[in-house]
Design a protein around this ligand. Structure first.
Ligand code: GAR
Length: 225
Protein backbone atom coordinates (compact mmCIF):
# COMPACT_ATOMS: atom_id res chain seq x y z
CA UNK A 1 0.00 0.00 0.00
CA UNK A 2 1.33 3.43 -0.88
CA UNK A 3 0.40 5.89 1.79
CA UNK A 4 -0.71 9.30 0.55
CA UNK A 5 1.75 12.06 1.33
CA UNK A 6 -0.27 14.49 3.41
CA UNK A 7 0.32 17.95 4.84
CA UNK A 8 -1.73 19.59 7.59
CA UNK A 9 -2.35 23.35 7.67
CA UNK A 10 -2.96 24.83 11.12
CA UNK A 11 -3.27 28.21 12.78
CA UNK A 12 -3.42 27.34 16.47
CA UNK A 13 -3.70 24.61 19.08
CA UNK A 14 -3.54 21.72 16.64
CA UNK A 15 -5.56 19.14 18.55
CA UNK A 16 -7.13 17.82 15.34
CA UNK A 17 -3.69 17.77 13.78
CA UNK A 18 -2.51 15.64 16.74
CA UNK A 19 -5.41 13.25 16.20
CA UNK A 20 -4.41 12.85 12.54
CA UNK A 21 -0.75 12.37 13.43
CA UNK A 22 -1.64 9.76 16.06
CA UNK A 23 -3.82 7.84 13.61
CA UNK A 24 -1.14 7.97 10.92
CA UNK A 25 1.37 6.37 13.32
CA UNK A 26 -0.36 3.06 12.59
CA UNK A 27 1.57 1.45 9.73
CA UNK A 28 -1.63 0.42 7.97
CA UNK A 29 -3.15 3.93 8.03
CA UNK A 30 -3.54 4.95 4.37
CA UNK A 31 -2.02 8.44 4.75
CA UNK A 32 1.28 9.61 6.19
CA UNK A 33 1.76 13.06 7.63
CA UNK A 34 4.85 14.57 6.02
CA UNK A 35 4.53 18.22 6.89
CA UNK A 36 2.68 20.64 9.14
CA UNK A 37 2.47 24.29 8.07
CA UNK A 38 1.24 27.09 10.32
CA UNK A 39 0.45 30.62 9.21
CA UNK A 40 1.02 31.78 12.79
CA UNK A 41 4.54 31.60 14.23
CA UNK A 42 3.25 31.07 17.79
CA UNK A 43 0.80 28.26 17.02
CA UNK A 44 0.91 25.70 19.84
CA UNK A 45 0.37 22.95 17.29
CA UNK A 46 3.89 23.47 15.94
CA UNK A 47 5.44 22.15 19.15
CA UNK A 48 3.02 19.27 19.26
CA UNK A 49 4.00 18.29 15.70
CA UNK A 50 7.70 18.59 16.45
CA UNK A 51 7.26 16.43 19.56
CA UNK A 52 5.81 13.78 17.23
CA UNK A 53 8.83 14.12 14.91
CA UNK A 54 6.88 15.69 12.08
CA UNK A 55 8.53 18.36 9.97
CA UNK A 56 7.03 21.80 10.53
CA UNK A 57 7.16 25.10 8.68
CA UNK A 58 5.86 28.58 9.42
CA UNK A 59 4.59 30.75 6.60
CA UNK A 60 3.61 33.91 8.43
CA UNK A 61 0.85 35.51 6.39
CA UNK A 62 1.76 38.90 7.85
CA UNK A 63 5.06 38.79 5.99
CA UNK A 64 3.31 38.80 2.61
CA UNK A 65 1.60 41.65 0.81
CA UNK A 66 -1.02 39.53 -0.88
CA UNK A 67 -2.84 36.25 -0.28
CA UNK A 68 -1.37 34.98 -3.55
CA UNK A 69 2.20 35.62 -2.40
CA UNK A 70 1.51 33.85 0.91
CA UNK A 71 0.00 30.89 -0.91
CA UNK A 72 2.86 30.73 -3.42
CA UNK A 73 5.23 30.16 -0.50
CA UNK A 74 2.96 27.46 0.95
CA UNK A 75 2.69 25.85 -2.50
CA UNK A 76 6.48 25.78 -2.91
CA UNK A 77 6.85 23.93 0.39
CA UNK A 78 4.16 21.44 -0.58
CA UNK A 79 5.65 20.79 -4.00
CA UNK A 80 9.15 20.36 -2.59
CA UNK A 81 7.81 17.49 -0.49
CA UNK A 82 5.57 15.96 -3.17
CA UNK A 83 2.50 16.46 -1.01
CA UNK A 84 -0.58 14.82 -2.50
CA UNK A 85 -3.30 15.79 -0.04
CA UNK A 86 -3.97 18.72 2.28
CA UNK A 87 -5.87 18.62 5.57
CA UNK A 88 -7.02 21.92 7.03
CA UNK A 89 -7.19 21.59 10.81
CA UNK A 90 -8.15 24.84 12.48
CA UNK A 91 -6.55 26.77 9.63
CA UNK A 92 -8.09 30.22 9.94
CA UNK A 93 -7.01 31.92 6.68
CA UNK A 94 -9.30 32.29 3.73
CA UNK A 95 -7.71 30.64 0.70
CA UNK A 96 -7.99 32.09 -2.81
CA UNK A 97 -10.03 30.42 -5.50
CA UNK A 98 -6.77 29.81 -7.38
CA UNK A 99 -5.20 27.85 -4.53
CA UNK A 100 -8.41 25.88 -4.02
CA UNK A 101 -8.52 25.07 -7.75
CA UNK A 102 -4.90 23.85 -7.59
CA UNK A 103 -5.92 21.46 -4.79
CA UNK A 104 -9.35 20.61 -6.18
CA UNK A 105 -10.56 17.37 -4.57
CA UNK A 106 -7.21 17.10 -2.80
CA UNK A 107 -7.95 19.36 0.17
CA UNK A 108 -10.29 18.54 3.06
CA UNK A 109 -11.39 20.52 6.12
CA UNK A 110 -12.99 19.94 9.49
CA UNK A 111 -15.67 22.33 10.67
CA UNK A 112 -17.25 22.35 14.15
CA UNK A 113 -20.91 22.15 13.15
CA UNK A 114 -23.30 19.93 11.26
CA UNK A 115 -22.96 21.69 7.91
CA UNK A 116 -24.73 23.30 6.17
CA UNK A 117 -25.85 24.71 9.53
CA UNK A 118 -23.63 27.26 11.23
CA UNK A 119 -20.97 28.04 8.67
CA UNK A 120 -18.33 30.47 9.84
CA UNK A 121 -17.31 31.31 13.40
CA UNK A 122 -18.86 30.95 16.89
CA UNK A 123 -20.61 27.77 15.83
CA UNK A 124 -21.30 26.49 19.37
CA UNK A 125 -22.85 29.70 20.68
CA UNK A 126 -24.95 29.95 17.54
CA UNK A 127 -26.09 26.34 17.97
CA UNK A 128 -27.12 27.13 21.56
CA UNK A 129 -28.88 30.33 20.48
CA UNK A 130 -30.79 28.41 17.81
CA UNK A 131 -31.86 25.83 20.39
CA UNK A 132 -30.80 22.78 18.35
CA UNK A 133 -30.75 19.48 20.27
CA UNK A 134 -27.91 17.95 18.26
CA UNK A 135 -24.64 19.64 17.41
CA UNK A 136 -21.58 18.13 15.78
CA UNK A 137 -18.83 18.38 13.25
CA UNK A 138 -18.25 17.83 9.54
CA UNK A 139 -15.32 16.80 7.36
CA UNK A 140 -15.76 18.02 3.80
CA UNK A 141 -13.86 18.55 0.58
CA UNK A 142 -12.92 22.22 0.20
CA UNK A 143 -14.68 24.44 -2.34
CA UNK A 144 -14.27 28.19 -2.92
CA UNK A 145 -17.34 29.19 -0.91
CA UNK A 146 -16.41 28.99 2.78
CA UNK A 147 -17.52 25.86 4.66
CA UNK A 148 -19.12 24.27 1.64
CA UNK A 149 -18.09 21.24 -0.40
CA UNK A 150 -18.91 17.55 -0.63
CA UNK A 151 -19.44 16.10 2.86
CA UNK A 152 -17.35 13.04 3.64
CA UNK A 153 -18.47 12.40 7.22
CA UNK A 154 -20.27 13.99 10.14
CA UNK A 155 -20.57 13.23 13.84
CA UNK A 156 -23.41 14.40 16.06
CA UNK A 157 -23.34 15.01 19.79
CA UNK A 158 -26.23 15.95 22.07
CA UNK A 159 -26.77 19.47 23.29
CA UNK A 160 -27.35 18.99 27.02
CA UNK A 161 -29.31 21.15 29.45
CA UNK A 162 -27.06 23.80 30.95
CA UNK A 163 -24.51 23.62 28.12
CA UNK A 164 -22.34 26.65 27.46
CA UNK A 165 -20.42 27.25 24.26
CA UNK A 166 -17.42 25.90 26.16
CA UNK A 167 -18.95 22.64 27.38
CA UNK A 168 -20.61 22.00 24.03
CA UNK A 169 -17.40 22.88 22.21
CA UNK A 170 -15.47 20.32 24.27
CA UNK A 171 -17.98 17.59 23.43
CA UNK A 172 -17.84 18.47 19.74
CA UNK A 173 -14.03 18.59 19.78
CA UNK A 174 -13.83 15.06 21.19
CA UNK A 175 -16.03 13.96 18.29
CA UNK A 176 -13.81 15.86 15.84
CA UNK A 177 -10.78 13.91 17.01
CA UNK A 178 -12.50 10.62 16.20
CA UNK A 179 -14.12 11.80 12.99
CA UNK A 180 -11.20 13.40 11.17
CA UNK A 181 -8.89 10.35 10.97
CA UNK A 182 -11.85 8.20 9.95
CA UNK A 183 -12.89 10.64 7.20
CA UNK A 184 -9.31 11.03 5.96
CA UNK A 185 -8.94 7.26 5.69
CA UNK A 186 -12.24 6.95 3.80
CA UNK A 187 -11.16 9.64 1.38
CA UNK A 188 -7.59 8.59 0.63
CA UNK A 189 -8.58 4.96 0.09
CA UNK A 190 -11.21 6.03 -2.45
CA UNK A 191 -13.99 4.53 -0.34
CA UNK A 192 -15.43 8.05 -0.31
CA UNK A 193 -15.20 9.82 -3.68
CA UNK A 194 -16.47 13.06 -5.13
CA UNK A 195 -19.10 12.55 -7.78
CA UNK A 196 -21.33 15.36 -9.00
CA UNK A 197 -20.52 17.54 -5.99
CA UNK A 198 -21.58 14.85 -3.53
CA UNK A 199 -19.61 12.06 -1.93
CA UNK A 200 -20.37 8.54 -3.07
CA UNK A 201 -19.20 5.53 -1.08
CA UNK A 202 -17.62 2.31 -2.24
CA UNK A 203 -17.22 -0.75 -0.06
CA UNK A 204 -18.50 1.06 3.00
CA UNK A 205 -20.90 -0.87 5.15
CA UNK A 206 -23.95 1.15 6.04
CA UNK A 207 -25.52 0.83 9.44
CA UNK A 208 -28.90 2.16 8.44
CA UNK A 209 -30.50 1.35 11.77
CA UNK A 210 -28.24 3.42 13.96
CA UNK A 211 -29.64 6.66 15.30
CA UNK A 212 -28.62 9.32 17.74
CA UNK A 213 -31.30 11.11 19.68
CA UNK A 214 -31.08 13.99 22.05
CA UNK A 215 -32.83 13.94 24.46
CA UNK A 216 -33.22 10.17 24.40
CA UNK A 217 -36.87 9.27 24.01
CA UNK A 218 -38.26 7.05 26.72
CA UNK A 219 -41.73 5.61 26.82
CA UNK A 220 -44.05 5.74 29.86
CA UNK A 221 -43.45 1.95 30.28
CA UNK A 222 -39.70 2.42 30.28
CA UNK A 223 -39.97 5.30 32.70
CA UNK A 224 -42.12 3.21 35.07
CA UNK A 225 -39.98 0.09 34.78
C1 GAR B 1 -11.59 22.96 15.63
O1 GAR B 1 -12.76 22.93 16.42
C2 GAR B 1 -11.95 23.06 14.17
O2 GAR B 1 -13.10 22.34 13.81
C3 GAR B 1 -12.18 24.53 14.03
O3 GAR B 1 -11.18 25.14 14.80
C4 GAR B 1 -10.82 24.26 15.86
C5 GAR B 1 -9.33 24.05 15.81
O4 GAR B 1 -8.90 23.34 16.93
N1 GAR B 1 -12.11 24.95 12.65
C6 GAR B 1 -12.84 25.94 12.15
O5 GAR B 1 -13.59 26.61 12.80
C7 GAR B 1 -12.62 26.17 10.67
N2 GAR B 1 -13.70 26.92 10.12
P1 GAR B 1 -7.53 22.57 16.90
O6 GAR B 1 -6.48 23.57 16.43
O7 GAR B 1 -7.30 22.14 18.31
O8 GAR B 1 -7.67 21.43 15.95
Amino acid sequence: MTRKRTAILISGRGSNMSALIAAAMAPDFPARIDLVISNRPGAAGLERAQAADIETAVVDHKAFETREAFEAEVQALLEARDIELLCLAGFMRILTDGFIATWLDRMINIHPSLLPMFKGLDTHQRALDAGVRLAGCTVHVVRPEMDTGPIIAQAAVPVLPGDTAETLGKRVLAAEHRLYPHALALYVTGKARVSGERIVFHEVEADGEGSLMSPTLITREQADA
